[in-house]
Design a protein around this ligand. Structure first.
Ligand code: SAH
Ligand code: F3S
Length: 483
């Protein structure tokens, strides 16, 4: 019997956290499948049946982890405990961790969880299949965490979940030092992929049938800034920076807006989105490029975090509320109808009722299309760890719930404003109910259900928005001029 037939090879990958992790899991899945493993991917958003087993019968369970908030880590700790119990019954089960918790806790993980077999750093994904084979052969525990290099793998084997949409990381790490944030510790300093490599990969994806690419980076709009020698945002500088135009070469010569333009020029690429942006790098030049390129998504995610200047300073966000507001106003002026979404943290150390009310006013004033609202949690090793976490949990919860309720009504009102408009939609799938109905994603990232006799999955269509309920639009297909 051949080696491959005797070794266990069913892998379950569970992904927690941001889209960068989703991408990394797709790379891991692709590389494992190439080596003959059978991979099942599972979103951690779906809580398993409490009585059921977490491994789902897989021989190897890999959790791709997130450290950004305490809650994300607690879920992994809980799952590790349950997997440990399963392993007592089934000692051949291999348990592996990858992602930010590995970067944060490193070999300490082995002490805390003696039944853990493999910990893999964010820069070591390409080694995964060989390390799993080694563990299967020797049953030794393996830790592989590189400190240098870039944690981005471009691979033709990446197991995308759509033939038409692809994630494309262009930079990782972060040179900002927001005091609440663990990302600079887990993902390291900012590193950008050279522009030629990004463009080559985008062209390869398009040749493979991809029509929509989402660029990823922890601080995506500061792409190439370090390589170009453009220092991080000056706290005192509220002007909108406009780097000089330069010819294409590596990341050292290409700014984020220039990279967007180069990508928009690729024939066959129909939509380009990106996440996540820092307000300090949201420049006039970037807004101008969005305005003149209809291929670029009409959704801009721009984390505000707080409406209080005192708290923004303590967070070291490098902007005031007025700076932030001025940038959003300018963006809306240049790109009318653009959807602006945000992240908010409530209960940061020292947040008084007055500071909280400033955030509440900010949400009412800016009218975000949607907002993620988080309760502050202390992250080990961050500068804010030294501040007393003095807002009681109940107060954090109350503020969180109040802001969520306000945002829900704002989102509803904003969606109603869009009813009657004609938009571009990318047809993603059949609608859950209805034989002849499909779900499309608009250029502002809305969800639309519409009826059509023909299967249009993977195509871009024009839709009129007729109504909205529970954040889902119902629309009508606009016949094509040539049809
Ligand atoms: N630029 C990054 C931000 C990562 S964190 C990226 O998207 O890749 C995403 C959001 O989590 C932040 O914008 C912030 O609102 C929230 N967050 C980060 N650290 C937090 C903490 N310690 N407590 C609560 N929320 C936090
Ligand atoms: Fe974190 Fe601030 Fe960077 S939120 S990822 S340190 S921009």
């Amino acid at each position: 019997m051949k080696y491959q037939e005797v070794v266990a090879k069913k892998v379950l990958i569970r992904t927690f956290g941001c889209q960068m992790n989703v991408y990394d899991s797709q790379v891991a899945a692709g590389l494992l499948e190439r080596e003959g493993f059978e991979v099942l991917q599972d979103s951690a958003e779906v809580e398993p049946d409490p009585a059921g087993c977490l491994s789902g019968g897989a021989d190897i369970v890999i959790m791709n982890t997130c450290s950004v908030r305490d809650h994300a880590e607690q879920r992994v700790w809980g799952r590790l405990g349950r997997l440990g119990k399963e392993k007592k019954e089934r000692p051949e089960l291999i348990i592996a961790l990858m992602g930010c918790m590995v970067e944060e806790h490193r070999e300490k993980l082995f002490k805390r969880f003696p039944y853990l077999d493999l910990i893999l750093g964010t820069r070591n994904i390409s080694e995964l299949p060989a390390l799993v084979r080694r563990i299967q052969a020797t049953r030794e525990r393996v830790s592989r965490i590189s400190r240098d290099g870039i944690s981005i793998e471009y691979s033709e084997f990446t197991k995308r979940d759509s033939p038409y949409h692809a994630w494309l990381p262009i930079m990782t790490g972060c040179d900002k030092e927001c005091t609440f944030c663990i990302v600079p510790k887990t993902r390291g300093r900012e590193v950008s992929m050279p522009a030629e490599d990004v463009i080559r990969e985008a062209k390869r994806l398009v040749a493979d049938g991809v029509k929509w690419i989402t660029l990823l980076g922890q601080n995506v709009n500061s792409y190439g800034a370090k390589e170009r020698g453009v220092a991080g945002t000056d706290p005192g500088d509220v002007s909108l920076r406009t780097p000089d135009a330069v010819p294409l070469a590596g990341a050292q010569n290409v700014s984020f807006p220039q990279l967007l333009e180069l990508l928009c020029a690729i024939d066959g690429l129909e939509r380009l989105s990106f996440t996540t942006s820092h307000p300090g790098d949201a420049t006039e030049e970037l807004f101008q490029v969005i305005a003149k390129n209809p291929k670029i998504s009409r959704r801009f995610h721009l984390p505000l975090q707080s409406g209080s200047d005192k708290i923004l300073r303590r967070m070291k966000r490098l902007h005031t509320f007025a700076d932030y507001k001025a940038r959003v106003d300018r963006l809306r002026e240049l790109v009318p109808g653009i959807s602006v979404t945000t992240d908010i943290i409530v209960g940061f150390p020292g947040e008084t009722e007055e500071d909280y009310l400033a955030t509440k006013r900010a949400i009412e004033e800016i009218w975000f299309d949607s907002a993620f609202i988080y309760k502050y949690s202390v992250r080990p090793g961050t500068p804010a760890e030294r501040l007393t976490d003095d807002v009681p949990f109940e107060t954090k919860s109350r503020r969180n719930n109040e802001l969520l309720a306000i945002q829900r009504s704002v989102t509803k009102a904003k969606n109603l404003e869009r009813v009657g408009r004609e938009v571009s939609g990318f047809v993603e799938a059949r609608a859950p109910k209805g034989e002849q109905s499909f779900v499309a994603r608009t250029d502002f990232d809305g969800r639309v259900i519409f009826a059509c006799e023909k299967d249009l999955i993977g195509e871009f269509v024009r839709l009129t928005l007729d109504s909205v309920s529970h954040e889902t639009f119902h629309g009508t297909l606009v016949p094509r001029g040539d049809a």
